[in-house]
Design a protein around this ligand. Structure first.
Ligand SMILES: [Zn+2]
Length: 307
């Protein structure tokens, strides 16, 4: 957990440096709290719509709920899984109410984790979800971290396929080994395959959760997804804003369920400060941008693809 915090801290410094801001994260946060009138604008998520046990119950459809951060709950005809849930214990100021607490979650068939950063792999959240979660799935590296926590975890290679009830999940490639670019951040040499995305095939359509990644050609040549968990952070270690627009426009009819924005109070930190209004100006067919509130249901429907 400590290493994760250092990683995020270093990433913050790296991100801020790349923006030309000669300040540390701590300075930024403190000045924001002390002088709210001078606080920079940051887009915030709509008011949270809390949910309870019913969201995990039997269903004849596939419902997706954004959890804040990069997290989602998927209930596909009663099979439930969360992707990258961060429901408590984050180490920076959070500006949303969480739609549910880990202890209120009644059961999960699986938790899927894209990579080890603590805005995706929340030790505190997952420890409290352990009692109701049948299986955790991630990369080989993150599996090793989850094994250390005693979680019922499974590690996979990129391209591997596994099943969660009627849902089939494939690990998709990511390029997010930023740690290697900051000497001293980690003794470990990170590999691209330490991070992943997920292609989630449900009876009601296919969801693509690309995870955190730099843009690669492969991101633009996927089969057309029926929904994307859409990160549009303008960070050099993410798609960048321009890259996110390219992805959006490569799949011009796919609903974009926005994430990785509006949750963490960090107006100067590009991985967290995306603004949906900017996206709407650039994306083909902007009506498919879904600025979901944390907890708000989205019903997955298959796109008509042969036109
Ligand atoms: Zn992230």
């Amino acid at each position: 957990m400590k290493i994760q915090s250092i990683v995020i801290g270093m990433a913050l410094i790296g991100g801020l440096t790349s923006l030309g801001h000669a300040q540390t994260t701590a300075d930024s946060t403190r000045s924001g709290l002390a002088k709210p009138a001078e606080k920079k604008y940051q887009a915030k998520a709509p008011k949270t719509q809390p949910f309870g046990t019913a969201a995990f119950g039997p269903s004849k459809q596939t419902t997706v709920r954004w959890l804040g951060f990069a997290g989602f709950l998927v209930n596909s005809r009663g099979t439930t899984l969360m992707v990258d849930p961060v429901l408590q214990g984050f180490d920076m100021p959070v500006m949303i109410d969480m739609p549910i607490t880990p202890k209120a979650v009644p059961h999960l068939d699986a938790v899927l984790i894209t990579h080890a950063d603590n805005d995706h792999f929340s030790v505190s959240t997952n420890q409290d979800l352990k009692r109701v979660t049948k299986a955790y799935h991630s990369t080989i590296y993150v599996d090793s971290l989850m094994q250390n926590l005693g979680l019922p975890a499974f590690g996979h290679n990129i391209g591997d396929i596994f099943k969660v009830g009627p849902v089939q999940v494939t690990l998709t490639p990511a390029d997010h080994a930023y740690q290697n670019a900051y000497p001293g951040m980690s003794k470990r040499r990170f590999k691209n395959e330490d991070a992943c995305g997920f292609w989630i095939q449900t009876p009601d359509g296919n969801i693509w959760a690309p995870g955190d990644s730099r843009l690669t050609p492969g991101h633009l040549t996927m089969p057309t997804p029926d929904a994307i968990f859409f990160d549009f952070s303008d960070s050099e270690w993410h798609f960048t804003f321009e890259g996110a627009v390219k992805i959006a426009n490569a799949y011009p009819n796919t609903p974009l369920l926005l994430c990785h924005w509006g949750s963490v109070d960090a107006p100067d930190f590009t991985p967290f400060n995306g603004d949906p209004k900017e996206l709407a100006k650039r994306v083909v067919n902007p009506a498919r941008i879904h600025v979901l509130a944390p907890g708000e249901p989205f019903i997955l429907k298959p796109l008509k693809k042969n036109k």
